[in-house]
Design a protein around this ligand. Structure first.
Ligand SMILES: [Zn+2]
Length: 210
């Protein structure tokens, strides 16, 4: 089954061109979206680390559950801060495409309030309004319900996976290497250039990575 964006997703920066993050840049900017959920149960939080990868801020999946020992995740063990995030899938009605709205976990109570009133949530479009100037860290967002209709999730494109795309999903070993070297890049043993081709044994243990 083909995954939306799978081929190119790793090329996306956290907020660079082609990324699908939802944003309202200026005070009083608005957009109409549908939250792509039926109930609160559909909304998942993610524990992530924010790391600089290839010069860009990227989210990296934390490998530790809250009750796991600290060394389950090399980034936690290195005392990198864990962020509890909501990455909400929203369908931007004007742009007619899925975007991801990056919110702190406190936004969960907002979503809880909306889900309690609109069920299924996806059937009510909301106008989102930004209140706060560019760069203002106390910016808030108001949600104004529009007319409920009969749109369901089945009417919208499939939600893309976040893990492995917008959120880098790495192994313990890869995270350790990242800490040691500052990069996820490896010297590729599969280059077309003979000069760099490894001639000796050691097959690539992860030949399928992209
Ligand atoms: Zn971690």
């Amino acid at each position: 089954m083909a995954k939306f964006n799978m081929e190119t997703a790793d090329k996306y920066g956290g907020s660079g061109a082609g990324s699908s993050f939802f944003s309202l840049k200026n005070d009083k900017d608005t957009a109409v979206v549908r939250f792509m959920y039926e109930t609160l149960d559909d909304i998942e939080g993610y524990a992530v680390h924010e790391e600089i990868v290839d010069g860009k801020k990227r989210y990296v999946n934390c490998l530790r559950n809250y009750n796991d020992p600290i060394d389950k995740c090399p980034l936690c063990a290195a005392k990198h801060r864990v962020l509890a995030k909501l990455f909400l899938h929203v369908f931007d009605v004007d742009a007619q495409e899925i975007k991801v709205w990056d919110r702190g976990k406190t936004f969960y109570s907002k979503m809880s309030s909306l889900c309690a009133r609109y069920n299924p949530l996806v059937s009510t479009p909301f106008e989102i309004e930004r209140n706060g100037k560019k760069g203002d860290t106390s910016t808030t967002y108001e949600t104004y319900a529009m007319d409920t209709d009969d749109v369901t999730l089945a009417d919208l494109p499939e939600k893309p996976d976040l893990l492995g795309t917008l959120i880098l999903d790495k192994t313990t070993e890869e995270l350790q290497t990242f800490l040691d070297t500052g990069t996820f890049d490896e010297v590729s043993p599969r280059t077309d250039n003979n000069q760099y081709r490894r001639r000796s044994a050691a097959p690539n243990a992860r030949g399928d990575r992209f």
